[in-house]
Design a protein around this ligand. Structure first.
Ligand code: B1M
Length: 231
C-alpha cells in the first residue's frame, strides 16, 4: 500500500494509524496493542498493512528523531517494546501457514555485536507464514553459532541481519567461514538491515540483499526453486 492508498482510506482509519504511530513514538505499548486489535477486528485490515502504515511508519519517525538527537536510547527502547507488543498480536496471523508446501529451513539471526531484532523477527515470521521452517537464533550471533545451527538443522538458507554500519562487516566473516568449512555451495545466503545495499551484499558474497520482509520471502522462494532444480 502506498501513500495514495493511505489517502483513500476512511478518515477514521487514517486517524487510527496516525494515533498508532504517535503512541508507538511515545512508547505506549498498551495503546499500540489496542489500536492493532482495532485495526484488525473493526477495520478488517491486513497484518501487512498494519505493519507498514502503523508500526513501521511509526518506527521510521522514531529512527529519524533518534538520529537527530531528539530521542535517546531509553525512549527508543520503549518504542521498540510497544512495537514488539503489537507484533505479538500479528504473529499468529503472519506465521499461519495457508495451503503452501513446505519450502525449506531457514536459520536466521542478528550478527555479533548487534542487538536490533525487530526487523529480523518480522522477516522470520513472514518466512514461517510462507511455509519455511525458521530457526531464529536471536541477537549477537557469532559465526560458530550460525554454522552449528545450519549443520544441526540441515538448513537450506542462512538469513543475517545487521542494523549498524559497525556490525554489517561481520557478515563477510560468516560467509568466509561457510566457504572454509565447505557449506557455502549448499547454503543460500540472504542478508538484510537498514544500512545494507545490494552492492554490499554482492561484495561480501551473499546471494541476495533483502530490503524488507516481503523481498526476503520472494528471494527465499525463488532461490529455493533454483536450488531444487539443481538437486
Ligand atoms: Co538503534 N540504531 N542503536 N536501537 N535503532 C539504528 C539502527 C540507527 C540507524 C538510529 C539512527 O541513528 N537513526 C543507528 C545506527 C547508525 C549506524 O550504524 N549508521 C542506531 C544506533 C546508533 C544504536 C546504538 C549504537 C545507540 C547507542 O547505544 N548509542 C545502539 C546499538 C546497540 C547494539 O546493537 N549494539 C542502539 C540500540 C537500539 C535500541 C536497543 C534502543 C533499539 C533496538 C530494540 C530492538 O531491536 N529490540 C534501537 C532501535 C529500535 C533503532 C531504530 C530506531 C529502529 C530499528 C527498527 O526496529 N526498525 C533504528 C533506526 C532505523 O533503522 N531507521 C536504529 C523497524 C524494522 C521493522 O526495520 O530493522 O530495518 P528494520 O528491518 C527491515 C529491513 O531492514 C529488513 O526487513 C525488515 C522488515 O521489513 N531486514 C531484513 C532486517 N533484517 C533482515 C534480515 C534478513 C532480510 C531482511 O535476512 C534474510
Amino acid at each position: 500500500m502506498n501513500n495514495n492508498d493511505f489517502d483513500s482510506l476512511p478518515e477514521a482509519l487514517q486517524d487510527l494509524y496516525i494515533k498508532m504511530q504517535d503512541d508507538l513514538y511515545d512508547g505506549l505499548k498498551d495503546d499500540v496493542v489496542e489500536a492493532t486489535v482495532e485495526a484488525l477486528d473493526q477495520w478488517g485490515q491486513e497484518p501487512a498493512d498494519i505493519l507498514q502504515l502503523g508500526l513501521v511508519a511509526g518506527m521510521d519517525i522514531v529512527g529519524e528523531d533518534f538520529r537527530d538527537g531528539i530521542l535517546f536510547v531509553p525512549e527508543v527502547l520503549l518504542a521498540a517494546k510497544a512495537m514488539k507488543g503489537a507484533m505479538e498480536i500479528l504473529r499468529p496471523l503472519l506465521t499461519e501457514v495457508k495451503d503452501v508446501d513446505r519450502q525449506g529451513t531457514v536459520v536466521i539471526g542478528t550478527v555479533k555485536g548487534d542487538i536490533h531484532d525487530i526487523g529480523k523477527n518480522l522477516v522470520g515470521m513472514m518466512l514461517e507464514g510462507a511455509g519455511f521452517e525458521v530457526v531464529n537464533l536471536g541477537i549477537n550471533v557469532d559465526a560458530d553459532q550460525f554454522l552449528a545451527a545450519l549443520r544441526e538443522h540441515n538448513a537450506d538458507i542462512l538469513g543475517m541481519s545487521a542494523l549498524l554500519t559497525t556490525t554489517m562487516p561481520y557478515m563477510r566473516t560468516v560467509i568466509q567461514r561457510l566457504r572454509d568449512e565447505g557449506l557455502r555451495e549448499r547454503t543460500i545466503v540472504l542478508v538484510g538491515g537498514a544500512p545494507l545495499t545490494s552492492a554490499f551484499a554482492e561484495d561480501i558474497g551473499a546471494d541476495r540483499y533483502c530490503e524488507d520482509a516481503a523481498v526476503a520471502v520472494e528471494a527465499a522462494k525463488a532461490l529455493m526453486e533454483i536450488k531444487r532444480r539443481k538437486a
